[in-house]
Design a binder for this molecule. Structure first.
Ligand SMILES: [Zn+2]
Length: 317
């Protein structure tokens, strides 16, 4: 188990106590790193055949995720959301893809800000007889969602949290497109935290991308990273970054296109990116542990600030 030191936090429940004590310690978020790594390794294993949307491997990955969600017991509801995905640039028939939702439902009457935490679970499948395991991309992020969900069991969120394991990201963000198209979010503010490739880096660096569009993110996430043995880098989110502008390069793009605020966590591209060599064996697990630790802390800090973040208007570039 990874435990965080107790911090002084303000929550609505603690508001009265604050008057009396000046500082009310929130429960420490905790989760099992070993369990997160087990889920990561299983999703990246050959048994999942590269998790291509609509393939037997993709279906297997989906049942594994749902079984793990049920076993964890963190969610008030679990649901599957099928849609038709069209493979791009490969011809072929449309496939049945499925997003997986897990909701932590607080008693806010479903009108307060909604925190949507996302990671795609699909990858490229098999090509020329080789399995593309997609360990970093994105078994790493799909497993990290479990660490966040588990941490909210000991330190409950202030807002409703919807976890989504997206399908068909590799076919062109189709799971995220489907989700955003289903809901106008006119009735409640929303904020998206997206994880895609959070485990493969030799410099000890992870990016939080999106603060260009929403500068208020930076001080919050700097606080999340304070004292942690990982370097949090901001950027790769400006139009002048060209190919390194990640604003439209993973599922958070669909929130951005809809004018909704997001932050994206990920590593810089590496030699294993979209190669058959993106396997669990290549992952620096020490870095992954640091990365997930930061991401879990960031999820709690973003939840603390969600009223402001979800109502902010990001720049539209
Ligand atoms: Zn990818």
């Amino acid at each position: 188990m990874t435990h965080f030191t107790q911090t002084c936090r303000k929550s609505s429940l603690a508001a009265v106590a604050l008057i009396l004590t000046a500082c009310t310690a929130a429960p420490s978020p905790s989760y099992s790193h070993d369990s997160t790594v087990r889920i990561f390794e299983t999703l990246a294993s050959d048994a999942m055949q590269g998790r291509r949307a609509g393939s037997p491997g993709g279906i297997k990955a989906r049942s594994f995720i749902i079984d793990e969600m049920r076993a964890l017991g963190a969610f008030d509801s679990i649901s599957e959301h099928p849609f038709t995905a069209q493979p791009r640039g490969e011809g072929g028939a449309p496939v049945q893809a499925v997003n997986i939702h897990g909701l932590i439902d607080t008693d806010d009457g479903d009108t307060g800000p909604l925190f949507v935490i996302t990671a795609h679970y699909d990858h490229l499948g098999e090509r020329d007889g080789e399995i593309y395991n997609g360990a970093d991309d994105n078994a790493s992020g799909a497993a990290a969602l479990f660490a966040i969900a588990q941490s909210f069991m000991t330190a409950p969120p202030n807002h409703d949290v919807l976890f989504i394991w997206y399908d068909a990201e590799e076919m062109g963000l189709q799971g995220a497109k489907y989700f955003v198209a289903q809901d106008s979010f006119a009735d409640r503010p929303v904020f998206n935290m997206n994880l895609d490739m959070v485990s493969q880096n030799t410099e000890g660096e992870i990016y939080a991308s999106g603060s260009y569009h929403m500068p208020a993110l930076k001080p919050i996430l700097e606080q999340s990273a304070a004292g942690k043995d990982i370097t949090l880098v901001f950027g790769n989110d400006r139009p002048e970054d060209g190919g390194n502008d990640w604003t439209l390069q993973s599922d958070h793009a669909e929130f951005h296109r809809a004018g909704l605020p997001f932050v994206y966590f990920g590593v810089v591209d590496h030699p294993h990116y979209h190669k058959a060599s993106d396997t669990f064996a290549t992952i620096p697990l020490e870095f992954y542990e640091r990365s997930v630790e930061l991401i879990v802390q960031a999820a709690h800090d973003l939840d603390e600030n969600l009223d402001m973040l979800a109502r902010a208007r990001p720049t539209s570039e």
